[in-house]
Design a protein around this ligand. Structure first.
Ligand code: SF4
Length: 320
């Protein structure tokens, strides 16, 4: 077992234990919320938290009673994704396809729009892999494959190398993009082997991290990222979350911390209305006002694009 896999196995798997670890009241954890979406938190991420129930990292991951509220306009599949083009493959945008390489994640974020996604049915299995590759090969307009999940870096380096080899054989592909939160929560996932395989590829790699708060950009993440930033663009996307990053100081600090780590702020998404996440919503009017303040505070290259996903649109929808 590699170091990162060991850390994966040792994480917190219930909110009461996490709260107790932080010196907080374990009875605040809500069993019903936890049953509908399990707790999963690596120790590295827990160690970046403070001993406050309002800690912005803790708020993203502990199962709380507010999740049981059935809010109008919220559903289990807010982006209407559960119609796959082939098993494990979504073709939402003309030139890009999304491969659901692995269903699970190293961390379960309570606001996740795929928290109710039927991964067991739609994840790419060995048997289905060929159907997905055939689909890509027969669509010459597709020039980029986005590895998604779950978290695609839950696949080990050998599995990623094997997939890359198959994708490299499809002549019209130009880029491979990896959307992942795993390096943020377990920086050791940024292995030398993964870097070597990505840089060898004829497909240009792009790494898109997912972090929501400057506290997540740890010294060890910065250190592990260093060899990667020399070789490929590293971008970041965030979700605008009430009680986590919905003020201009916090968003500015995040952009500054990203830039210091050679990561470019890319997108700031409005929440997708998935059941159980209504307490994280920042309404669009408030988001626009916040964004204007951010624009006046930061240089343009530190301001991510404010956007939301709307089902069946051919691209992300910019909000301003
Ligand atoms: S890491 Fe990403 S896909 Fe996984 S639970 Fe968090 S937001 Fe969802």
């Amino acid at each position: 077992m590699t170091r990162w896999q060991q850390q994966l196995a040792e994480g917190f798997s219930n909110s009461a234990a996490l709260l107790e670890y932080l010196g907080l009241d374990p009875s605040l954890a809500d069993i019903r919320a936890e049953q509908s979406f399990a707790t999963r938190v690596p120790k590295h991420f827990a160690d970046l938290m403070t001993s406050s129930i309002d800690d912005p990292l803790l708020r993203q991951v502990w199962a709380q009673g507010a999740e049981n509220f059935q809010a109008p306009g919220y559903s289990d599949d807010p982006l209407q994704e559960q119609q796959a083009a082939a098993p494990g493959l979504l073709h939402k945008y003309q030139s890009r396809v999304l491969l659901i390489l692995r269903g699970g994640c190293a961390i379960n974020c309570r606001y996740c729009f795929r928290r109710a996604f039927p991964y067991a049915e739609l994840t790419l299995t060995q048997r289905d892999m060929q159907a997905s590759l055939d689909y890509i090969a027969s669509h010459p307009e597709v020039n980029e494959v986005i590895l998604s999940g779950g978290d695609p870096l839950m696949a080990d380096d050998r599995a990623i190398a094997g997939l890359l080899e198959q994708l490299e054989a499809i002549a019209h592909l130009r880029r491979i993009r990896i959307h992942t939160r795993l390096p943020v929560v377990i920086p050791d996932r940024l292995t030398d082997e993964l870097l070597a395989r990505l840089t060898q590829s004829r497909l240009k790699p792009v790494l898109v991290l997912h972090s929501n708060h400057a506290q997540e950009i740890s010294p060890v993440l910065r250190e592990r990222l260093q060899p990667y930033v020399q070789q490929m663009p590293i971008l970041n996307q965030s979700v605008l979350l009430a009680g986590v990053n919905d003020d201009v100081d916090t968003l500015s600090a995040l952009s500054e911390a990203l830039f210091d780590a050679d990561i470019r702020p890319y997108y700031l998404f409005l929440l997708d209305r998935v059941n159980g996440a209504a307490h994280f919503e920042v309404d669009e009017r408030e988001a626009r006002a916040l964004y204007e303040s951010l624009q006046s505070r930061l240089p343009g290259f530190l301001v991510p694009k404010l956007a939301r996903e709307i089902p069946d649109r051919a691209s992300k929808t910019l909000v301003v």
